[in-house]
Write a protein that binds this ligand. Structure first.
Ligand code: ADP
Ligand code: MG
Length: 340
């Protein structure tokens, strides 16, 4: 028997490998594996489904993540995938596996966060599953959304000449994580020292309490704008742009000067001796939207707050490039997160 280490495939290679021999049999399955969410045609509205799993020690560290924030964020990251289809989430299911380390009070905290997210985004908790785990906690959430078929936006619709747009700002969540990791190390070496995170509320907030861009999808509807392609930025701008380019069979040119980075993220990056643009390109967990629009729609986004035009879609043969502030053209590399 051959034994192949999962590391040789990487996360996306592994998903492709595991799912390649599953044909779509049902005419109602419009989109299977490969986008932010699957799409099911119910004749009328389409149902949009997305699942994410969070594992203690891999995706979260309870040394610095309060359980209430963990509950909130677990829901938000799923809703973000539904919005990334230009759809609206309606229901969630929540499955947990927990070791006996967790008390009812601890789980109440987790669910207080889940409830806060349900309140904020107007979704219903409709089910789930509960199991014990030999150690640590695993949370798996499924979000179910709705959308008219003709309004759905996939990763595959970008065309050469389209403009690349980004909402909000990038890099903050990654820098918040660096900060929390540093404070954890300091605390481990000297438990008497209380962490000072007050002065870094912005980055810590981006890491611990991200929001999904429901407001943007509402704005698109109001202004009659339909992006040609869209993805949420969970792994970092570079990695997520790669997904759009791969699925759309196009290339891209990103202008460094067009990538939105919050001033506090800039300052924090320099403190950590990191390049702010690297944090924005490869940091991830910002849960902003990366989308492309037809150039004739530029007036619809130009005056909207919190949307930045960061480049242009090219032909596939032109590759995926970054034009730096200094005027140098680099190949963009999709690093993203390495889980394995
Ligand atoms: P996202 O980062 O948007 O949550 P992922 O990278 O997790 O997306 O997943 C990419 C695609 O692969 C999605 O369509 C997802 O449903 C699918 N997928 C991920 N893991 C598996 C798996 N173990 N089996 C089947 N499909 C999977
Ligand atoms: Mg996604």
């Amino acid at each position: 028997m051959q034994r192949t280490d999962v590391n040789t495939l990487g996360e996306f290679g592994l998903i492709e490998h595991l799912t390649k021999d599953f044909p779509i049999r049902q005419p109602s399955t419009i989109k299977g594996v490969g986008d932010d969410a699957a799409v099911i045609d119910n004749g009328g509205l389409c149902t949009v489904v997305s699942t994410d799993m969070l594992v203690e020690g891999i995706h979260f560290d309870l040394a610095y993540v309060p359980l209430k924030h963990l509950g909130y964020k677990s829901v938000v990251v799923n809703l973000s995938d539904i919005y990334a289809m230009n759809a609206f989430p309606r229901q969630i299911t929540v499955s947990i596996a927990i070791s006996n380390r967790y008390s009812v009070e601890a789980l109440d905290e987790l669910y207080a966060g889940i409830r806060a997210a349900c309140d904020a985004y107007g979704v219903d908790l409709v089910g789930g599953d509960t199991s014990s785990s030999p150690r640590g906690m695993i949370i798996s959430i499924t979000a179910i959304g709705q959308c008219e078929k003709e309004k759905l936006v996939y990763r595959s619709g970008a065309r050469p000449g389209d403009l690349i747009c980004i909402t909000g700002d990038l890099g903050g969540a990654y820098l918040g994580l660096q900060l929390l990791e540093r404070e954890k190390r300091i605390w481990q070496e000297n438990p008497d020292v209380q962490p000072d995170l007050e002065s870094q509320k912005y980055a810590v907030g981006r890491q611990l309490k991200p929001e999904a861009r429901k407001d943007m999808i509402e704005t698109f509807r109001k202004d009659g704008l339909k992006p040609t392609a869209m993805i949420d930025i969970s792994d970092g701008l570079a990695s997520d742009l790669f997904h759009i380019c791969k699925q759309s069979k196009v290339g891209a040119l990103v202008e460094e000067s067009g990538v939105p980075i919050h001033q506090e993220a800039q300052l924090l990056a320099l403190k950590f001796k990191l390049d702010p643009i690297t944090c924005a390109l490869n940091g991830g967990e910002d849960y902003e939207l990366l989308f492309t629009i037809d150039p004739t729609d530029v007036d619809k986004v130009k005056y909207l707050p919190d949307i930045y035009i960061a480049g242009e879609i090219l032909e596939a043969k032109d590759g995926i490039k970054l034009n730096t502030k200094g005027g140098n053209l680099h190949d963009l590399k999709a690093q993203g997160w390495v889980h394995f």
